[in-house]
Design a protein around this ligand. Sequence first.
Ligand code: COA
Length: 160
Amino acid sequence: MKIAVYPGSFDPCTNGHLDIITRAARVFDKLIVAVLVNSHKTPAFTIEERMEFLRRVTRNISNIEIDSFTGLLADYTMQKNADVIIKGLRAVSDFEYEFQMALTNTKLNPSVETLFMTTSTANMYLSSSVVREVATYNGDLSGMVPDEIRDDIYKKIRRG
Ligand code: COA
């Protein structure tokens, strides 16, 4: 059984993330979507909120697990016996950072491979911070995030 981990901050998850999740779940026997901590970021949504959004938007995918972890991705992949780390690449500018992360993770856990999936062209401009920025000013989030979490994103961002 091939297990893949798709890690991210998912603050919040976007249509870009959902696109990668849907495609990766078709390729692997099991896909674990893991909400991890990026120490350079201050999240807007709690880990539990981010996991609940992910559970809601992936409820029709059967071979998926939504999880969270506060340590190193390499340790997490060891703990989960994962074969592969999935990362989405949006543009060439993502590459240098992702390349460094992939090498670091392989150094720390040599039994895990990092595979990159290209983001669909429709989602290339997207990021979680773009979504938060648009929501802050009451902009239209349709096409950016799954419909079932849109209202909750507005509510939280406006409150917060
Ligand atoms: N479509 C649209 N947007 C996407 C996307 C896609 N397919 N894939 C990623 N993005 C966006 C994300 O939403 C994020 O947006 P933001 O910067 O506005 O928040 C941005 O692109 C960067 O994504 P990513 O590079 O995946 O960063 P991340 O913060 O979501 O996740 C972790 C990074 C959590 C995986 C990483 O910090 C980590 O592994 N942490 C654990 C500790 C560790 O092991 N560190 C590495 C070794 S030192």
